[in-house]
Write a protein that binds this ligand. Structure first.
Ligand SMILES: Nc1ncnc2c1ncn2[C@@H]1O[C@H](COP(=O)(O)OP(=O)(O)OP(=O)(O)O)[C@@H](O)[C@H]1O
Length: 457
């Protein structure tokens, strides 16, 4: 099932900030040595999700992928209004559900269900499977006792379980079977939309495919729309029609599945795809391919959040650097910033990093940094290089959001990367609409201007 063009769900500029003011020591920080008081209470904001916009079409599966901690679950809980967003809007069947509360939201929730990762802990061990499946129907006043029992047994059969197991307890089931119970429970209230948050991650690989196949069959039969969250790209590929990639609270790429896997256009997506685990126990996965650590969502990088780890950071326009000079300068900046070199001898550093130190202003910056290093002023050298080269890049100055021409199929391809500033259509990162105000064919009116005429460079 690949869905229609009609969006079932529209997410616009969704943002969620948490205060880290929770728990006994939440928000308390140690003051630098000697300062009074020794501890201060300064809660900070965890920018878990920032300006995320996308649609999910009726009948499709949108896969959402990203490393642990990038905000996938927070986004899911915001979409379902289990937690209220800090900003932004979620439209379900055209209605703004962020503005809803109380009984109207409770009613809406029947149409939007959630399946969690851990089938062990999401099923109450004291309840029989039949009761578990019937509970949501009871909560929403659906059917009478007898009717619910009949429906629960039917659903158990639909998800591939024996209806005779209606009176068994969850502990009698395997992990895969428990996840099937969860599916039956979610389906019991006849929803249109199911958020599946890592539903097969806790299962053996051999079981995963079976559960995914059942989910696909159920989607077909019950006309379901899925938001399918996983960190595993092979699982996402198996189930999705389109795929969204998330990094540090933001969407970096969204495209048709084939387009995303065959023609990835964001350096982060490419790094993730390069790190799909091969059957080698020594393979270290994503972190082996990407340099550096994921920055803190308390103080995320400006502009493109991936820029501090991006192998394709764009050179500042004010320096006239060749590709080789920029590559060498970046390697030098990284090494000094991360202190991965021992020597501070300018001659040695010039030889190690540069074929020839760039001429002009960029060269002056490099030479000034080398002077600092000669005086053992590592921090000054690193700060200067980062301020002059990293922070002046367009990647640090502007939030990227572009629509680019897909190579596979005609579906839109969104890439939040300034490498597309020349050929892409600049979008408003908050609404996902064209930044020049011209409405796209999707939004009802014609867009006849060429992409290059509206690109923002
Ligand atoms: N209640 C909360 N208070 C403060 N910070 C939070 C809270 N919930 C989540 N976060 C932070 O928000 C960020 C996103 O977390 P989230 O659980 O949404 O990521 P995820 O991609 O779903 O990760 P995982 O796959 O590990 O579940 C993390 O930095 C997390 O520590």
């Amino acid at each position: 099932m690949s869905g229609t063009d009609e969006p079932l769900l529209r997410v616009e500029g969704l943002t969620k900030h948490f205060s880290n003011d929770e728990g006994l020591f939440g928000g308390f920080k140690r003051n630098p040595d000697g300062m009074v008081p020794p501890v201060v209470h300064e809660p900070e904001l965890v920018r878990a999700v920032e300006d995320v916009s996308f649609d999910i079409r009726k009948g499709e599966t949108l896969g959402l992928v990203g490393e642990s901690g990038c905000g996938k679950s927070t986004l899911a809980r915001n979409i379902l209004q289990l937690i209220k967003p800090t900003d932004g809007t979620v439209y379900f069947k055209g209605e703004d559900i962020t503005a809803m509360g109380g009984e109207s939201l409770r009613k809406k929730r029947r149409e939007m269900q959630l399946i969690f990762q851990d089938p062990q802990s999401s099923l109450d061990p004291r309840m029989k499977v039949g009761q578990i499946v019937e509970e949501p129907m009871e909560a929403h006043g659906m059917l009478d006792d007898e009717g619910r029992e009949v429906r629960a047994k039917e659903l158990l059969a639909k998800v591939g379980l024996d209806p005779q197991h209606y009176n068994r307890y969850p502990h009698a089931f395997s992990g895969g079977q428990r996840q099937r119970v969860n599916l039956a429970r979610a389906l019991s209230v006849n929803p249109d939309f199911i958020v599946c948050d890592e539903p097969v991650s806790a299962l053996d690989v051999s079981i995963q495919a079976q559960v995914l196949n059942t989910m696909k069959e159920l989607q077909e039969e019950f006309d379901l729309t899925y938001l399918f969250i996983a960190h595993d790209l092979s699982v996402i590929r198996h189930i999705s029609d389109r795929v969204a990639v998330m990094y540090l609270g933001q969407l970096v790429e969204l495209a048709d599945k084939e387009e995303l896997y065959e023609n990835p256009q964001h350096p982060y997506t490419r790094a993730l795809l390069d790190s799909i685990p091969v059957p080698d126990p020594r393979s270290s996965g994503v972190r082996g391919v990407l340099e550096g650590d994921v920055p803190s969502p308390i103080d995320p990088p400006s502009g493109c959040r991936f820029r501090t780890r991006c192998p394709e950071l764009i050179a500042p326009e004010e320096y006239d650097l060749s590709a080789t000079e920029w590559e060498e300068t970046r390697a030098f900046m990284r090494a000094i910033d991360r202190r991965t070199v021992e020597t501070n001898d300018p001659e040695e550093l010039r030889r190690r990093f540069f074929g020839q130190v760039p001429s002009g202003e960029a060269g002056t910056v490099v030479e000034t940094a080398l002077d600092h290093l000669e005086r053992e002023e590592w921090e000054e050298a690193a700060d200067l290089l980062v301020a002059e080269f990293a922070e002046k890049s367009i990647c640090a100055r502007e939030v990227p959001a572009y629509e680019i021409t897909p190579e596979y199929g005609s579906d839109t391809h969104y890439a939040a990367c300034h490498l597309h500033r020349d050929e892409g259509i600049r979008l408003d990162p908050k609404t996902g609409e064209r930044a020049d105000g011209v409405r796209t064919a999707d939004s009802g009116t014609e867009a006849s201007e060429s992409a290059s005429a509206v690109s923002d460079d």
